[in-house]
Design a protein around this ligand. Structure first.
Ligand SMILES: Nc1ncnc2c1ncn2[C@@H]1O[C@H](COP(=O)(O)OP(=O)(O)O)[C@@H](O)[C@H]1O
Ligand SMILES: [Mg+2]
Length: 323
C-alpha cells in the first residue's frame, strides 16, 4: 500500500473565550489514503468543522491550533510559512466550507469567482485559457456554460452548491474536503450533488473527507468513517465494518437510530445532551449518556486505540468485541 496522502496526528484546536478554552478538537488522529473517501460524522458542535478548518490552517481567532501535525504527502503543513500555506490551499488540499454557497459574492458573476481563485495561484494563465478551463469546470459539475455569466442570486441552491464544488476542484487538489455540502438542499438535489462530487473525485483521483451528520448518506458514499464526539474521534474504521459491528456505544446508538441504511436519517433519539466543551467533565465525555458506562469511565479519558488493523475505538469496554 502506498503512503497515506494525509496524516493527521494529535491535532488540538481551542477557542480561547472569556469563559476559558473551548476544546473543540482534541488529539484528532487519522490517515487518509490516496483516492480514499472518508466520512466525518458527529452531532452539531462535536468539532467537525473546526477539525477540517485546522487541516488547512483556516481556524480564525479566538480559535487557535494548540498542537499536532498535519502531513500532506509527508510535508508538515503546520511548519509552512503563511505564504507557502496559502499556495497549498486549493491546489493541494481544498475545502468546500460549510454553507459555502452563502459565501458567493452577490455582486460578482460566477465566472469572476473562478477567475479570482485561479489567477491567485497562476497569474500566467491567458484569458482564453481561463475561459476554457472554467468552461470545463462548470461542465464537469453538470452546469451549463451560461451560468458563468450569472450572478449567484440567479442560481438555485443546487446550482450554487455545484459552483462551490467546481471552485473547490479548480486547482486539481489531491485532497478535497467537503463540509456538509448538501445539508441545505432537498433530498433529490442532495443525491445529484453527491453523485457529482463522487464522479469528480474519481476523475481527479483525489481523496475526499466528507463532513456530515447523515449516517445513511455516509453509508452510501464513504469507504472509511470517523465518528466525533465532544471534540474527539471516538471510532474510526472501514464503513462496512463500523456499520456491521459498531464498537463504541455512541456509534451503536447512532446506527440504531437509523430506520434503514438507505433511508435518509439524521441523528435523533439519543437521550441526554452533548457535554460542554468549555468545562468538559472528567473521564470519557460520553459517560453521562452511555448505557454501558462503568466506574473508570467517570475518571479516565479513553484514548483512541487501534484494536484491529485500521479499526480504532476510544472505549476500552468494547475494544475486545473486535477480536
Ligand atoms: N468562534 C468560536 N468561538 C467559540 N467557540 C466556537 C467558535 N466556533 C466554534 N466554537 C465551538 O467549537 C465547538 C465545535 O464547533 P464546530 O467545529 O463548528 O462543530 P461541528 O462542525 O461539529 O458542528 C462547538 O462547541 C462550538 O460552539
Ligand atoms: Mg460544522
Amino acid at each position: 500500500m502506498s503512503a497515506p496522502v494525509l496524516q493527521v496526528r494529535n491535532l488540538c484546536v481551542h477557542y480561547e473565550t472569556d469563559a476559558g478554552p473551548v476544546k473543540a478538537a482534541e488529539n484528532v488522529t487519522f490517515d487518509l489514503a490516496r483516492s480514499e473517501r472518508m466520512g466525518l460524522v458527529g452531532e452539531s458542535g462535536s468539532g467537525k468543522s473546526t477539525t477540517v478548518l485546522a487541516l488547512l490552517r483556516m481556524v480564525t481567532p479566538p480559535g487557535r491550533i494548540r498542537g499536532g501535525q498535519v502531513l500532506l504527502d509527508g510535508a508538515d503543513l503546520m511548519a509552512l510559512s503563511p505564504e507557502q500555506m496559502r499556495r497549498m490551499r486549493g491546489s493541494a488540499i481544498s475545502l468546500i466550507p460549510q454553507a459555502a454557497m452563502n459565501s458567493l459574492n452577490p455582486v460578482m458573476r460566477v465566472r469572476d469567482h473562478f477567475y479570482d481563485t485561479i489567477l491567485a495561484h497562476d497569474r500566467t494563465m491567458s484569458r482564453a485559457q481561463l475561459a476554457a478551463h472554467t468552461g470545463e469546470l462548470v461542465e464537469a459539475v453538470g452546469l451549463r456554460p451560461n451560468v458563468l455569466r450569472m450572478y449567484p442570486h440567479e442560481l438555485s441552491g443546487g446550482m450554487k452548491q455545484r459552483v462551490c464544488i467546481a471552485m473547490g476542484i479548480c486547482l486539481r487538489p489531491k485532497v478535497i474536503i467537503a463540509d456538509e455540502p448538501t445539508s441545505a438542499l432537498d433530498v433529490v438535489v442532495q443525491r445529484q450533488v453527491m453523485e457529482t462530487l463522487g464522479r469528480i473525485q474519481r476523475q481527479l483521483e483525489a481523496s475526499i473527507i466528507l463532513v456530515g451528520h447523515d449516517m445513511g448518506l455516509m453509508a452510501q458514499f464513504v469507504d472509511k468513517i470517523g465518528i466525533m464526539y465532544a471534540g474527539r474521534l471516538v471510532e474510526l474504521g472501514p464503513v462496512t465494518e463500523v456499520f456491521g459491528l459498531p464498537l463504541h456505544p455512541y456509534t451503536r446508538l447512532l446506527i440504531n437510530t437509523l430506520p434503514s441504511l438507505d433511508a435518509k436519517a439524521v441523528f435523533k433519539g439519543i437521550p441526554g445532551q452533548t457535554p460542554s466543551l468549555l468545562n468538559a467533565p472528567a473521564g470519557c465525555a460520553f459517560h453521562e449518556r452511555c448505557p454501558d458506562a462503568v466506574g473508570d469511565c467517570w475518571k479516565a479519558q479513553h484514548v483512541l486505540t487501534e484494536v484491529l488493523p485500521g479499526r480504532w475505538v476510544a472505549c476500552p469496554c468494547h475494544a475486545g468485541a473486535a477480536a
